[in-house]
Write a protein that binds this ligand. Structure first.
Ligand SMILES: [Zn+2]
Length: 482
C-alpha cells in the first residue's frame, strides 16, 4: 500500500513523503476508495472497518495514525461513519495521536471533531492540496507523539448549505474566508484552522458549513471569529446559472474553448454522468467542435456489436428520467479497448483511472466520448487518452462544478455555468431532504442564543485533554432557530 501510494498527489502520498522527511516509518493499514455514487452498502463498510481495525491491532508498534477519510460518506445503517472509524480505532489504539485529513466537502460531525486529535481540511477547490494536507496531518501527529501534547478543538456548524459551483477557492466569498483561516493558522499556538463548506447533496443530519479550530488556547473564540465571517458573507454564496439553450448559443461564439459547466450532473458529486441537456441544446444551437463525455455502457456495447466506420446510437439519459431523453448521436466512430491512464495534472496526480472500453462518435455537434465507466473531469488525460484534444475544441462540456478547472482551467477562454437537471442541482431548497438539520435563519457568534455542549462525562476520550485545556465544544444552532 505504501509503495502504491508513495509519490501520488493524494493525502496518503503526502503523508508518506512527510513521514520520510521526519524520519518516521510509514506503515500502511488499509486503503479503499470509490467514485462518489449512491449510499455505501452496510456490509461493504463493516467489512472494511473490520479489516482496518484488525490491521491496526496487528501493527503493534504504531506511534500515531493518519487517516484520509474524505468526510462526506453516507452508509446504510451507520449515520456517522467517519466518527465511527475513528472511534473504532481509538478503542484499539488508546491515546495514540490521530490526525484526519478531510475534503473541503466533508460533513463534519461533533463526534468526529471530538474523537480525532486534529482535523486537516483541504484549502483548495479544485482540490489541488490533498498531498499537502496529508503531510500536514502527519506532521501534527508527529508533533503530538514527540511532545505528548494535544490542542484544544472547537467546531462550529453553521446552518448554511452552499452549492459546489459557489465554493471556488479563488473567488469570493471562499477566497476571503480561506485567507481568514490562513491568518488564524499563522498565529503561533494555532495547529489547524479549517473552513469547510461541506456537501449539500447528502441525506444526513451532518449537513452544514463547518468551521474547525485546533489550538493551544482560545480555540473556541477563534472558531467563532471565523464562523462569524462565514455567516456575514452567506449571501455571497448565491451563484446564478444560465439556461442550457442560452449557454449553447453563447458557446458558438469565440473566444474558444468555452467550458459549459454541467453543474447538476457533477460526476464527482455522485451524479451519473449521462445527462443530455447540453447535448440537445448544442444541437439546437447548431454548434460544432464540442467535446462531451457521457457514461453509457450500453451504447459502448452496441458500438462493439456492430461493424462499420459509422455509428448511429442513442446516448445518455439511461440512468434516471431526469437525466434527459437520450441524444441521437451519429457519425464516424472510433473504438478503444479498455482505457486506463495515470492522472498527470494537479489533481490526484499519479492516480490510475480505469475508463473501461471507450467509443468516440464524431457527431455533428462534436466528439462524444462514450465510456463504460463513469469518468470525472479532474484532468484532461481522459480525453487525450482517446485522441480527443480539448484545447482545440470550441466547447467542452464538463460534468462537474469546479474540479474541472484542474483539467481545463489553464486554457479555457470562458466558462458558462448552466442550469441543467441532475443529482447536484443548484437549488438545494428544492431537494426533498428527509434528515437534514432543521433550517434556521439566525446565527450568532455570541453566547446568546447558543447552547454550549460540554458532555465531558459522555466523552470516552476525556483523557486526551490535558489539564487546563477545555473539552471540545460545539455551537448548537438549534437554539438559534427562528
Ligand atoms: Zn470535494
Amino acid at each position: 500500500m505504501v509503495a502504491a501510494l508513495a509519490g501520488t498527489g493524494t493525502e496518503l502520498g503526502g503523508a508518506i513523503a512527510a513521514a520520510r522527511e521526519h524520519r518516521v516509518e510509514p506503515v500502511g493499514l488499509l486503503f479503499g476508495a470509490a467514485l462518489p455514487a449512491g449510499t455505501v452498502d452496510r456490509d461493504a463498510f463493516e467489512r472494511m472497518l473490520r479489516g482496518l481495525v484488525e490491521r491496526a491491532r496487528a501493527a503493534s508498534t504504531l506511534d500515531g495514525l493518519v487517516l484520509s477519510l474524505h468526510g462526506a460518506m453516507v452508509v446504510d445503517g451507520h449515520p456517522d461513519p467517519e466518527a465511527e472509524i475513528v472511534a473504532a480505532l481509538r478503542a484499539v489504539l488508546g491515546d495514540l495521536p490521530i490526525g484526519v485529513a478531510l475534503d473541503y466537502h466533508a460533513n463534519v460531525s461533533l463526534d468526529l471533531a471530538r474523537s480525532a486529535d486534529v482535523l486537516c481540511g483541504y484549502r483548495s477547490y479544485p482540490h489541488v492540496d490533498m498531498a499537502e494536507r496529508g503531510a500536514e496531518a502527519l506532521e501534527l501527529v508527529v508533533r503530538m507523539a514527540r511532545s505528548d501534547t494535544r490542542p484544544d478543538r472547537h467546531l462550529v456548524k453553521l446552518p448554511l448549505l452552499t452549492v459546489p459551483h459557489a465554493q471556488e477557492d479563488a473567488v469570493a466569498p471562499m477566497r476571503q474566508l480561506l485567507a481568514a483561516a490562513d491568518a488564524l493558522r499563522a498565529e503561533p499556538d494555532v495547529w489547524a484552522a479549517s473552513a469547510l463548506p461541506g456537501f449539500a447533496y447528502a441525506e444526513t443530519d451532518r449537513l452544514g458549513f463547518a468551521v474547525y479550530l485546533a489550538a493551544r488556547s482560545r480555540a473556541a473564540d477563534r472558531a467563532r471569529e471565523l464562523a462569524s465571517l462565514v455567516w456575514a458573507r452567506r449571501e455571497d454564496f448565491a451563484a446564478p446559472l444560465v439556461g442550457p439553450d442560452q449557454a449553447a448559443a453563447a458557446a458558438t461564439m469565440a473566444p474558444y474553448p468555452v467550458v459549459l459547466v454541467d453543474v447538476a450532473d457533477n460526476v464527482g458529486g455522485g451524479s451519473p454522468g449521462d445527462g443530455t441537456a447540453l447535448l440537445h441544446a448544442l444541437a439546437r444551437a447548431r454548434a460544432t467542435g464540442s467535446v462531451a463525455v457521457i457514461w453509457d455502457p450500453a451504447a459502448v456495447e452496441r458500438a462493439y456489436d456492430v461493424d462499420g466506420a459509422r455509428l448511429a446510437v442513442p446516448v445518455g439519459g439511461h440512468s434516471d428520467p431526469r437525466m434527459g431523453p437520450p441524444y441521437p448521436a451519429a457519425g464516424p466512430v472510433r473504438r478503444y479497448g479498455a482505457v486506463s491512464y495515470l492522472r498527470g495534472g494537479t489533481y490526484m496526480r499519479g492516480q490510475r483511472v480505469d475508463m473501461g472500453r471507450v467509443v468516440v462518435v464524431e457527431d455533428p455537434i462534436g466528439e462524444l466520448v462514450l465510456t463504460e465507466r463513469r469518468v470525472v473531469p479532474f484532468d484532461d488525460d481522459h480525453l487525450t487518452a482517446v485522441d480527443v484534444h480539448p484545447r482545440s475544441a470550441r466547447a467542452i462540456v464538463a460534468k462537474g462544478a469546479i474540479a474541472w478547472k484542474a483539467a481545463f482551467g489553464g486554457y479555457a477562454a470562458r466558462a458558462i455555468y448552466t442550469r441543467t437537471p441532475g443529482y447536484c442541482p443548484a437549488a438545494v431548497d428544492q431537494l426533498d431532504y428527509r434528515s437534514r438539520p432543521a433550517p434556521c435563519t439566525r446565527w450568532s457568534a455570541t453566547p446568546t442564543g447558543r447552547r454550549r455542549w460540554a458532555r465531558r462525562s459522555r466523552c470516552p476520550h476525556d483523557r486526551l485533554i490535558r489539564p487546563g485545556h477545555s473539552l471540545i465544544s460545539v455551537d448548537d444552532q438549534g437554539a438559534a432557530t427562528d
